[in-house]
Design a protein around this ligand. Structure first.
Ligand code: KG4
Ligand code: ZN
Length: 411
């Protein structure tokens, strides 16, 4: 309880609206339940967590099957699907948790980065919800949420190195605090998940009996298990650029050229399954894995040279949708074993987008009292939002050459 004198002073100084805010902060201190809402891309997710990271209730509606049918994410379609499902998803998460809106300390919602039309639905719903129920609001950065998910599952102290790989992003950063990141490298063209999705689409993998409902990345991983990667030895991108940035567009051109050549050889047209899809999938997955591993290897060496990670038990976290790929995890393990780091990856259901990771980021912010807003405050979504302080030019200037590493990865 705040002493009466302090209360009166607040009332005098700030008037009624801010008194509401103090009473809300007090409520947050005692109960600490957060509702997380995610709509940045093509998943409508909601979850209620307590501050220990226990998931009290969750609901997730994936639009994947619709977008597979339309041949990629059409923003207006994604927006409409979010609009149709947000209320049900939030209601389900709350009902499963047995928590009423008045018991919540805050609502945490992804407001950046992502598809403008998708972000807008989650934000508009959340602002209406917090105003109706008079609860605190915590705007969330989607990539920060991916980076911190692991801390919900096990204690991982700062600082740690993080590789975030998804359908919209590829980046390497040092996480120094919940809102303190050093960006070592970022993508220059398309994200690895996007590349995998486009290759899968070019190969018409939805027509494959085992892949009809899988995302592109999942389909490539499944087929690659019985493929021979040596039949398609694609060049690893950016071999002579000694930084930690990523590029996948050139790799996709190489893959498309090989597909065209094979289609001509087999006398088939685009839209028909090639006999060698497993081998192409294996070659694609291997090259993506090696590119990610090499850039991460350089990031580790840079961190070591500059004392950015603890010498005792340094950790690499990998997260984002592509991090659910077991072959890519093994490639990264080759690097962490060579450099003495420990690789931590959330299980696949927490790597791909979900409401849980957003609620957890809200809990982390609530605990540290960072970025917590009163319900009446206006918030704008931001489709583009960098993560942390960009020191990628400094990394490039260091020009670190990698020692040879044998990338022997068993699928
Ligand atoms: O993090 P996420 O759910 O959404 C974004 O923020 O982008 O990531 C989705 C991406 C998709 O491109 C999907 O193909 C890829 O993650 N993905 C995978 C796997 N599962 C999902 N990529 C490779 N292997 C997988 N097993
Ligand atoms: Zn994501």
């Amino acid at each position: 309880m705040l002493p009466a004198k302090v209360k009166n002073l607040w009332r005098l100084l700030h008037g009624r609206r801010l008194m509401d805010f103090t009473s809300l902060t007090r409520k947050a201190y005692y109960s600490r339940l957060v509702l997380g809402i995610e709509t940045s891309c093509d998943d409508t997710g909601a979850a209620v967590l307590d501050e220990t990271g226990t998931i009290l209730g969750e609901s997730l509606y994936s639009q994947n099957e619709v977008h597979l049918r339309t041949g990629g994410i059409i923003p207006t379609v994604a927006q409409q699907l979010h609009r149709e499902s947000i209320e049900v998803v939030v209601h389900e998460a709350l009902e499963r948790s047995g928590v009423t809106p008045s018991q919540l300390s805050a609502v945490a919602t992804t407001v950046k980065p992502g598809l403008a039309l998708s972000l807008g639905i989650g934000l508009a719903f959340s602002q209406k919800f917090v105003r109706k129920h008079n609860i605190l609001f915590i705007p969330i950065h989607h990539m920060e949420a991916h980076a911190l998910t692991i801390r919900m599952l096990q204690p991982v102290p700062f600082p740690f190195l993080v590789l975030l790989v998804s359908g919209g992003h590829s980046l390497l950063a040092v996480a120094r605090g919940i809102d303190d990141f050093l960006l070592l490298g970022h993508m220059l063209d398309e994200a690895p998940g996007d590349t995998l999705d486009k290759v899968a689409r070019r190969l018409s993998l939805t027509k494959h009996p085992d892949c009809s409902t899988l995302s592109g990345g999942q389909a490539i991983e499944l087929l690659a298990r019985s493929g021979d990667r040596r039949k398609f030895p694609f060049r690893t991108p950016m071999g002579r650029i000694y930084d930690c940035c990523f590029s996948f567009a050139g790799l996709r051109s190489q893959i498309t050229m090989s597909i065209l050549k094979k289609e001509a050889e087999e006398g088939i047209e685009q839209g028909t399954l090639l006999s060698c899809v497993n081998d192409i999938a294996a070659g694609t997955q291997h090259t993506v894995a090696v590119h990610l591993a090499k850039r991460t290897h350089r990031a580790i060496l840079f961190c070591k040279e500059n004392g950015l990670l603890p010498s005792d038990n340094p950790i690499l976290v990998m997260s984002g949708g592509v991090a659910s790929n077991q072959y890519i995890c093994k490639a990264l393990t080759v690097i962490t074993e060579k450099t003495g780091l420990r690789l931590l990856c959330p299980p696949p259901r927490f790597c791909t987008d979900n409401g849980v990771m957003i609620a957890w980021n809200g809990i982390e912010r609530l605990k540290e009292g960072k970025g917590i807003l009163s319900p009446s405050e206006d918030v704008c979504y931001e489709p583009k939002a960098p993560l942390g302080v960009d020191i990628s030019a400094k990394v490039r200037a260091a020009g670190i050459r990698l020692p040879p590493v044998r990338m022997k990865i068993r699928s």
